[in-house]
Write a protein that binds this ligand. Sequence first.
Ligand SMILES: N[C@@H](CCC(=O)N[C@@H](CS)C(=O)NCC(=O)O)C(=O)O
Length: 227
Amino acid sequence: MAGRQAVKTYLDLLSQPCRAVLIFLKHNKIPHTVELVPLRKGQHKTPEFTKLNPMQKVPVLDDNGFVLTESDAILKYLATTYSVPDHWYPKLPEKRARVDEYTAWHHANTRLHASTVFLQEVIFPMMGQPANPAKLKKALADLDGTLDMLENMFLKRHAFLCGDDVSLADLLAVCELMQPMCSGRDVLKDRPKLLSWRSRVQSALSDSFDDAHSVVYQIRQKLTAKL
Ligand SMILES: N[C@@H](CCC(=O)N[C@@H](CS)C(=O)NCC(=O)O)C(=O)O
């Protein structure tokens, strides 16, 4: 858009929703800048960042003074404000509603369960607190239920979660499902249908996928080398 300045983002790339936002911006060549907010250093708790986002969470978008939080809202805002291919967030009401259906479900399912596995296996041990076997077992069982739903409901009719092409739903989901990979755990390894889906999403996102996930690969290398 003529005269429009690059959008500013506040991200930590170990954060799944931050990676989704960055991949979307890069893949769609939306002019942007990135301000890193390292969560491990508590940078999200500073007075300046708290002023920007009182919830003290990343990602945050600042589009020429319009400040927005929540990856779901940020991605939909970018998809509707910038000229990007329709498949990301289709204009046709029924197709759009399919993406909304997934994204409404995502936070209490794919995100919650995959990130609980990650917390138990990676973050708590990093903080000197070993994984709690009962909590890890429950998180893995919950995640299994979510993966069943992805296969049997969302991927039942289409190659992607909400249609025949990649959408915001696939982007949010794949970033969450990559997170447990930090400990070397591939949560999709025994699920051929979801593995094929991930390959399709990865191909659709091309280099932006691996670029954004380089931090995940680095942690995996570090943690699995110790085993
Ligand atoms: N629902 C939010 C979740 C944001 C969120 O939980 N971000 C995490 C990183 S993945 C964070 O900033 N955590 C810092 C904290 O809770 O202290 C979204 O999708 O943007």
